[in-house]
Design a protein around this ligand. Structure first.
Ligand SMILES: [Mn+2]
Length: 615
């Protein structure tokens, strides 16, 4: 069956504005902790139950309904709609509390133009809270939810929001029904409708219910939103990459190229990568064909990894965690001279923000990709908030790629970054993520960066399995994937609870020590390493105690002016646990006279010229 493109990725202006707002902020400072509230009770049993009750898009079903379309006494009406195309315009279905049946949970209530496939359900008279009775004449009303979903397969994959029924499958192994298909819906009696009323419309911001004691201290304008976790597709294929494969194969061999080469995985070893790095420092580039091939080879590895990866460090061996690099090639090279090259004795985990700002982002990312292709099971990458199209557009990486290679290559990097895992766990003990811990649920938000007010906000912990199964193949977007935004963008604070962060216009959180402790305790972890903020010494214990949360930042004298030291964190398996971290600290190295931000929008080397000052 042909799959077509669904609605395009949302890239709200808010994200762009947020990215701009973030740029001037080198570090957030925190008011010291005031009297701590006792840790929240973590309720494991409710997690398993809540995690299983999700709609066909992977969103939590907050108030699951009990209905039965095979029970004629509860049905007031029936309706048959014939569908000629997918998608039908039903955005999600939810199961009954029994796990059987399928009720329309969200749908488009308009037809945007005559013949709009996404208007079919609406035009046919389908309504929210109708349940499926028959598909192509077969009564499915008592079937398991996922068996019905397999029949409908109302999904449309695109590159960023791979959506409806992107996971889950029923035990019957049903194949999608051929089109056209008639679907008979059951409409329930008024009593049943009343029971279902008020749910399913959770995507809009709602004002918090201030009679709820959790919300009573929050400002008047506080809003609440559902916390949803989009589910990863079973596999992911990028049209951009598939098209480029052929293009690259037909590119001519570079003739008389003087500089580094990439001739496939077998050409990579410590000496060849050292030589490549040295060439990069001498201002040489990979030939166009080789650059594409290296990037595609790395993509092919990353795309098969999980959203939450696992790093296994054998007894007596170590792993080095590297924080933000931001295209500071000369400092990156210096770091490698201190920390060593990746090897089975010393695995590497690059914790995001490889690119942007620094004017050698291309050289840094190609070196990391070469490491990854050379040692796919010894070198790991986490996505940072700068591995994103909007950031790369404004802060230099895409401008640099266009100037040094070509504009079309930026699309490939966007795909590589969408394929990059969001976090890793080292030996089941240490959580490593660029930004931070999952945000509050429900997703309560209020304006301002008021550290005096904290929301004590997560009764139900998110499991590592939920993160592992979440969909990362999209751009960071607080409406579509709040979990990803939390992992990539959030920062720790000193006081317990959650609070708003000033990093974006909305939807970014600060989290207290209770939040990181509860998350680690629930998931059997001992420590969290994160990056994302400049620290004077290159690292900082932001949350102390039994469950420390530590920032490691690896770009010294960030943007050529922060004056900070940098560090990488080394953890060693001593046979009983991971010991450390020990920090390898270093300061900024001399570099050629190209300023930070040179390729950013408005910068002196941006391909479209400089008009406005570099931010
Ligand atoms: Mn960052």
């Amino acid at each position: 069956m042909a799959r077509t493109i669904r609605r395009p990725a949302l890239l709200p202006t808010a994200v762009a504005l947020c990215a701009l707002a973030a740029c001037g902020r080198l570090a957030l400072s925190f008011i010291p902790a005031s009297p701590m509230r006792s840790a929240q009770t973590v309720r494991r049993s409710s997690v398993a139950r809540a995690a299983s009750m999700r709609d066909s898009e992977g969103n939590k079903v907050r108030e699951p309904k009990t209905f039965d379309a095979s029970d004629a006494s509860s049905i007031s009406n029936s309706l048959t709609v014939e569908y000629k195309k997918r998608p039908f315009g039903v955005l999600s279905y939810a199961p009954s509390t029994s796990g059987k049946g399928a009720m329309i949970w969200k749908m488009l209530e308009e037809s945007r133009y005559p013949g709009d496939p996404q208007g079919q359900a609406f035009v046919g008279g389908a309504k929210q809270f109708m349940a499926i009775k028959k598909v192509a004449g077969v009564d499915v009303s008592a079937w398991d939810f996922w068996d019905i979903m397999d029949l409908l397969d109302d999904k449309i994959l695109d590159n960023s929001a791979g959506n409806f029924q992107s996971s889950g499958s029923g035990s019957m192994g049903n194949k999608p029904t051929e089109l056209p298909v008639s679907i008979e819906y059951a409409e329930f009696t008024q009593t049943a409708v009343d029971a279902a009323a008020g749910v399913g419309a959770g995507s809009m911001d709602e004002t918090v219910d201030r009679s709820d004691k959790r919300f009573k201290d929050l400002p008047r304008d506080a809003t609440v939103k559902e916390y949803k976790i989009p589910v990863a597709p079973p596999s992911y294929t990028s049209q951009v990459v598939e098209t480029l494969r052929g293009t690259v194969a037909s590119m001519p061999e570079p003739a008389g190229h003087n500089g580094p080469r990439y001739a496939g995985k077998a050409s990579l070893n410590e000496a060849s990568i050292r030589a490549m790095l040295q060439s990069f420092k001498n201002g040489q580039l990979l030939p166009m064909k080789d650059a594409y091939q290296l990037a595609i080879d790395a993509y092919d590895i990353l795309v098969k990894e999980k959203t939450l990866g696992r790093v296994n460090v054998p007894v007596g061996k170590k792993v080095t965690v590297v924080g933000d690099i931001h295209g500071q090639l000369y400092d990156f090279d210096h770091m490698l001279s201190l920390a060593g090259f990746p090897s089975p004795d010393n695995q590497f985990l690059f914790n995001g923000d490889f690119v942007d700002r620094g004017p050698w982002s291309a050289e840094v990312i190609f070196t990391i990709l070469a490491f990854k292709v050379w040692q796919p099971n010894g070198v790991y990458m986490n996505r940072g908030n700068h591995e994103a199209e909007m950031a790369n557009h404004f802060y230099g990486f895409f401008g640099e790629i266009e100037a040094k290679y070509e504009k079309r290559m930026t699309d490939l990097f966007a795909e590589i970054f969408r394929a990059t895992p969001l976090c890793h766990v080292i030996n089941n003990e240490v959580f490593v993520v660029h930004g931070g811990i999952p945000g509050p649920d429900p997703r309560v938000w209020w304006k301002g960066m008021d550290n005096q007010i904290s929301f004590d906000g997560r009764q139900i912990q998110i499991s590592l399995a939920e993160i592992e199964n979440s969909n990362r193949f999209m751009e960071p977007n607080p409406d579509e994937n709040p979990l990803m935004v939390d992992l990539l963008w959030s920062d720790p604070k000193g006081k317990d609870g959650y609070g708003p962060s000033g990093r974006m216009s909305s939807g970014i959180y600060l989290f207290g020590p209770d939040v990181s402790r509860n998350f680690m305790q629930f998931n059997g972890l001992r420590m969290t390493l994160r990056s994302h903020e400049v620290k004077a010494q290159g690292y900082r214990y932001d949350h102390d105690g039994e469950f420390p949360l530590i920032t490691v930042f690896s770009a010294p004298n960030y943007v050529d002016k922060a004056g900070n030291m940098a560090s990488v964190a080394v953890l060693t398996n001593d046979g009983s646990k991971m010991t450390g971290p020990e920090f390898v600290q270093y300061s900024a190295q001399p570099h050629p006279d190209v300023p930070s931000g040179a390729y950013a929008v408005g910068g002196p080397l941006h391909p479209e010229g400089s008009g406005v000052p570099a931010r």
